[in-house]
Design a binder for this molecule. Structure first.
Ligand code: SF4
Length: 94
């Protein structure tokens, strides 16, 4: 694998992770976390080892308004927790 191949892999996975966070509406919530740098670094590492980048890209292109990441996403649990937190904050105070 050449340096360019490695760079392309890093860039593609970062793009997929960013698109996934935007698609399910958790990007802002994750960036607000006190340890967002560490959280994002660990999430990026999981993306780098994900064996389904093509399925990820296909899912992103065909799911208009998903509430959660697909079953095969290695960051599904993280994104679900962030989504739950974001949804909880948007609830009106009774
Ligand atoms: S499916 Fe894989 S590549 Fe896509 S966001 Fe999840 S971990 Fe990253």
């Amino acid at each position: 694998m050449s340096v360019l191949d490695i760079f392309n892999r890093l860039t593609r996975r970062a793009d997929l992770m960013n698109a996934m966070m935007s698609k399910i509406g958790v990007a802002d919530e994750i960036w607000k976390l006190p340890d967002h740098a560490g959280v994002l670094r660990r999430a990026a590492n999981r993306c780098l080892t994900c064996d389904k980048p093509d399925a990820c890209a296909h899912w992103l292109a065909h799911e208009p308004h998903p509430a959660e990441a697909p079953e095969f996403c290695h960051n599904r649990d993280l994104f679900a927790r962030a989504r739950k937190k974001a949804d909880h904050k948007s609830q009106p105070v009774a």
